[in-house]
Design a protein around this ligand. Structure first.
Ligand code: FE2
Length: 378
């Protein structure tokens, strides 16, 4: 089934909102070197130093740096010794997203609701306290080794979480690049498992399937994939789920699964109000983006109609445009941000459109195939 029109109010009403989610709280990445990763996210992506936990705060087995940009908080965690769960995670998957933390009013209720509906426990509700109050956190597994942690912080006035201290680097805080919040996060799952995880989000989390793409929507001459977009009841949390589809050659999803050695987070889409300014800044700081052939721009305005932006800077920067019934969107994708061809970022600016850029899929996946060709993984 392929859907092109979105009736979001109706779809959201169908979501069984037994688990109200206020938004994304933080994303925790397990990485080989948290200190250097923090420096990368600051210098290249415009995040600011925010919080720290490690030896100086009494942590003996791990070190975490928290960086922030508007509503986005990234926690970058590395082990301090061998043989830890974090170390094993990094050994198997490389750097990647471990925790998608969701902000809730009651982390115990969220956990109990999820467990009653069949979730696998990651962390029973636990109270963490310091002089600034208390936070309750609990957690469940989703695809692969990825987890959702529910964060209840209504009785907390501290900076981030108990156990963290402020991390300030007054001598070095590169300017933010205009990233505002997490728009959506995409999971890649194994062949034949997409509907399993769609049902998981429906049953366990009360989400609703708002869009579906089959291999007719997302295929090139060589490769294909299928995708379903899951959303919670207020639309603040959107999780597209991808699975590979049969093609003549190995798809980008197969490549991801081979190198991550599991299902996992494929990309983090972050919103900006000024994609031209944001992408210009990111490119000047060395972030590499996928590029489509310049012929894409020859027919762009015929395809999407009038847009506010000039075509030239979009073409120069490689920004893509798509339109749906409600408006249009601008988007661009980075190359993977770690050695393995796994996780990457999307920068997105929405001007009415609530969809995901279906009109760009073909050009985009052909661009990815050119990268796969270079890597010898197509
Ligand atoms: Fe996306």
């Amino acid at each position: 089934m392929s859907t092109t029109t979105l009736n979001l109010p109706k779809l959201y009403a169908e979501a069984q909102d037994f688990m109200p989610l206020n938004g994304t709280d933080y994303l925790e990445l397990y990485v080989g070197n948290s200190k250097q990763a923090a420096h990368f996210y600051k210098s290249a992506f415009g995040f600011q130093s925010y919080a720290y936990a490690g030896l100086e705060t009494g942590q003996r087995d791990r070190e975490s740096y928290v960086v922030i940009q508007d509503k986005i908080k990234l926690v970058l965690t590395s082990p301090l010794k061998s043989g830890t769960e974090i170390g094993k995670h990094i050994d198997k998957h490389g750097d990647g997203v471990k925790v998608i933390a969701l902000w809730v009013d009651d982390a115990t209720v969220a956990y109990n609701n999820a467990m009653e509906r069949g979730a696998k426990s990651f962390m029973e509700p636990r109270i963490e306290e310091d002089a600034d109050g208390k936070v309750v956190r609990s957690g469940i597994y989703t695809y692969g080794e990825t987890v959702h942690v529910f964060v209840e912080r209504k009785d907390y006035n501290g900076l981030f979480l108990p156990g963290y201290k402020a991390w300030a680097t007054p001598a070095y805080n590169p300017k933010p690049v205009g990233l505002k919040y997490v728009d959506h996060m995409v999971g890649n799952v194994e062949l034949g498992k997409m509907n399993y995880w769609v049902e998981f989000y429906e049953k366990v989390m009360g989400f609703v399937n708002i869009l579906s793409f089959d291999d007719n929507d997302i295929s090139t001459e060589y490769t294909a994939l299928m995708s379903k977009v899951m959303s919670n009841g207020n639309g603040r949390i959107k999780f597209p789920i991808n699975e590979p589809a049969e093609g003549k050659k190995k798809s980008q999803i197969d490549e991801y699964l081979d190198f991550y050695e599991d299902a996992g987070v494929q990309h983090i889409a972050v919103a900006t109000d000024d994609i031209i300014g944001t992408v210009r800044e990111l490119q000047s700081r060395g972030i590499e983006f996928l590029r489509v052939p310049t012929t894409y721009y020859d027919v762009l305005l015929d395809r999407v109609g009038p847009i506010d932006e000039d075509l030239e800077p979009l073409k120069a920067l490689g920004i893509l445009v798509d339109r749906d019934d409600e408006g249009y969107l601008l988007q661009i994708f980075t190359k993977p941000v770690e050695p393995r061809p796994t996780m990457f970022f999307e920068i997105i600016q929405r001007k009415g459109a609530q969809s995901f850029g279906k009109g760009n899929f073909k050009a985009l996946f052909e661009a990815i195939e050119r990268e796969q060709e270079l890597r010898g993984t197509l």
